[in-house]
Design a protein around this ligand. Sequence first.
Ligand code: 5GP
Ligand code: MN
Length: 328
Amino acid sequence: MMADSYEVHLKEAAAFIRQHDDFLVVSHVQPDGDAAGSTFATAYMLQALGKRYTLINEGAIPEKFQFLGGEHSVVQYALQPPERKFAIVISVDCADFGRIGQVQHCLDDNMLLLNIDHHATNDAFGAVNLVRADAAATVEVLYDLAVTLGIPFTAELNDCIYTGLLTDTGGFRYSNTSPKVLQIAADMLARGVKGHVLAEMFLEKMTVPQVSLLRKGLSTLSFAHGNRVAWLSVSLNDLAETGASNDDMDGLVNYARNVEGVEVGMLFKEKQPGVVKVSLRSGGQADVAEIAKRFGGGGHVRAAGCTVSGSLIEAIDQVVKEVGKALL
Ligand code: 5GP
Ligand code: MN
């Protein structure tokens, strides 16, 4: 039944793309490998169909992902808001409309949106919704859409698809690494993707500021609830002292989650004085999407996020308490 309705949604999404032109393509704020890969994969697909499109994100695409776009550039809304509005929108990897951030402001009142995503918490905010919660990454859905649309798998498109799979599965290790993920990855490798090069670039290499931040982050490692909950925190001061960027915090949460006996690992990042972004990771016992939702966030059972007001200490106090309740 799931498969049937997915096929129907694939056809609807394909029809939406064929029928329209002049698309705005947007992914979530602070794009990760799947968001960046999905944005550029969508661009290559629209290009192959001879469509016009504009790529926009609220902020910058992390530098390491930019080569995926080839000649494409992504308009940074926060730096140069476009002067025009868009009526035809494709959002990728966004669980809810709010995830596109300020890009909301350049959408026409009567805009039509195609929502392509893989989050279980996706609230079907599009006119057409192509959402598959058992897909490991949005690029997995885009792969199916490319097949439906008969789009050729070029080297550029393949790199984008492989990158989204690689990064959202933590290097093909997380529980979302399904047979289908490995089948698509195998297909991409067979078509010439250099998997080891992408893995080194996106999973192995660390910048000096990133390692410095890791050192500081690890020194904050704390435990609660009988060592079943662990967390790290990063203050604005830590960022300033190390010269690290937001992207340099990628993966830091895993050091809390990976400690033996820990059920929920978290990273608390001070975004502005009084605003803390929380990343939650679960070993599977606790549904961290549920916990994140209580703070206005969301995500997946094993990986979720939310933003909490207050100082780092206050945010830690509030969220650690809620996590404790979920572990009872
Ligand atoms: P991260 O901790 O890496 O920022 O996010 C982990 C997962 O939770 C991702 O799948 C991401 O899409 C989701 N997520 C993170 N922050 C938020 C948020 O504020 N709202 C929602 N709905 N999902 C979030
Ligand atoms: Mn994703």
